[in-house]
Design a protein around this ligand. Sequence first.
Ligand SMILES: *[C@@H]1O[C@H](CO)[C@@H](O)[C@H](O)[C@H]1NC(C)=O
Ligand SMILES: *[C@@H]1O[C@H](CO)[C@@H](O)[C@H](O)[C@H]1NC(C)=O
Ligand SMILES: *[C@@H]1O[C@H](CO)[C@@H](O)[C@H](O)[C@H]1NC(C)=O
Ligand SMILES: [Zn+2]
Ligand SMILES: [Zn+2]
Length: 510
Amino acid sequence: MLSSYILQILCISLVQCRTIYLELNSPTLDEVNFLLQYGYLSKDLAGVGYTYTSQSISEAVKKMQAFAGLPQTGVLDEPTKQLFKRKRCGLKDIDEDSHARNRRYIIQEGWNKREVTYRLLNGSSTMSKDRIERLLENGLEVWAPHGNLHFTKLDEGKADIQVYFASGNHGDGFPFDGPGRVVAHAFPPPLGDIHFDDDETWGVESDISEDGEEDITDFFAVAVHEIGHSLGMSHSNVKSSVMYPYYQLPVDKLHVDDILGMQELYLNVKGSEESEGTERTVGSSQAPRFTKTDSEEFDDAPDLCMTNYDTLQVIHGKIYVFEEEWVTVLRDRNVREPGYPKRFHELFIGLPSSIKVIRTIYEKHDRNVVVFSENKYWEFSPSFRLMRRGSLTDYSIPDNVTELTTVFISNYNNRTYLIEEERYWRYDELTGTMDEDYPKDMSTWRDVPYPVDAAIVWKEDTFFFQGPRFWRFDNNLVRAHEYYPLPTAQIWFDCESNFEMTYYTINDGP
Ligand SMILES: *[C@@H]1O[C@H](CO)[C@@H](O)[C@H](O)[C@H]1NC(C)=O
Ligand SMILES: *[C@@H]1O[C@H](CO)[C@@H](O)[C@H](O)[C@H]1NC(C)=O
Ligand SMILES: *[C@@H]1O[C@H](CO)[C@@H](O)[C@H](O)[C@H]1NC(C)=O
Ligand SMILES: [Zn+2]
Ligand SMILES: [Zn+2]
């Protein structure tokens, strides 16, 4: 039996060499090493000697093909052979120690803070330190808005993200491999460092088109990818994402897949449940899910994943989502409070049973909760005891306004915004007066859609919701952040991606 195997020595790293047995007509050692290095072939086989059958190699090749977006033939056809030779990032694609195989992307920890420092220790042999520094800064700015991160450059001392160029063995146990193949690698937080292979000829895209002879590697494209790792992102199998492991041009903006990863890492950075430290995913199958089959009791309750909610609001630190006569409470994004959905009449005792829909709701500075429906409101104590009721005119809103779509308190100026479809009023709760010169037109909130279904302040960020999408609003710039909207169902309601996801992917062009 042994006669059909060939005995070879394989070095997984400089210090770890193993004897392995390969079947004849199998991949080269370099190719097996590739499969091992990027997590497609398991190192965790019993014993000192590794035996790989053609079947286990074929399984590994299929995984590699799937991740790269090639047909899963399981054989080393020409497109697959090409992949072994392509320039790429040195980090793993699949973490074989986790259950990550079936997940769309793995996410590790992020920085548990918003202020992150970086330092460039040296430039490459082909590009000056100044030039590299500017491109690095641009690369950091690509990611910054999605984590609400702020990057500061240090010129000395130890920064969170230390960046340098080196060749071959450079002391971290992950030697570079000369020109081509691995061009860079980076370490996730709390390490954060980024290393570029100085045996590559680094340049910028314009150098590449001018000079076809030399094999120039675009620094910016690689930097944006590696910065992603330094912020906690893992490789993605989405080909047009920045976190796709193989080098490709151009890199000019993030893909929605990259943005979703950042949302998962940083949207909750101030939350208490942040410190679990394991990877999290969007659409993890372990999390509770909103579907009609979730529990027979809730057969009548609507499916939040359809994003037909009437409104949602943060009340006493939790997210209340209203749809028809139902309310679902979320303890956190994507985390449902047990016992929901409930009929909202069970919560708001004293609300007339003729009220079939809560159009908007908000929590006042004194923690009282005000429910709006048509041109009336009901105010409840923090324990939801009915305190008073009245009509919109009590807020000095003209009596011909029949309904408000959204009410919320801005964390920017503590004013209460009362939004009709296309205009809004600003009310000062502390003095009980309407601010002058209102109503104003909703178009003053640039890039925010109207009529809005909801506006909330969550962990110090302001978000606007309309149907299946939401926007993050920049209070200082008075406009929505770039890269929004994003799909509400996946990011807030823990739903699988659906046709909306496709919509965003298709519309990802400039
Ligand atoms: C850059 O700095 C690193 C770390 O100090 C060092 O290992 C490397 O050799 C330097 N590279 C160049 C090109 O000077
Ligand atoms: C509502 O009344 C105000 C005056 O109080 C008037 O300016 C406005 O045009 C009216 N709006 C509608 C929709 O009738
Ligand atoms: C808003 O009001 C809260 C108390 O209700 C206070 O703690 C906070 O400092 C105020 N913020 C501003 C910007 O006035
Ligand atoms: Zn990478
Ligand atoms: Zn390194």
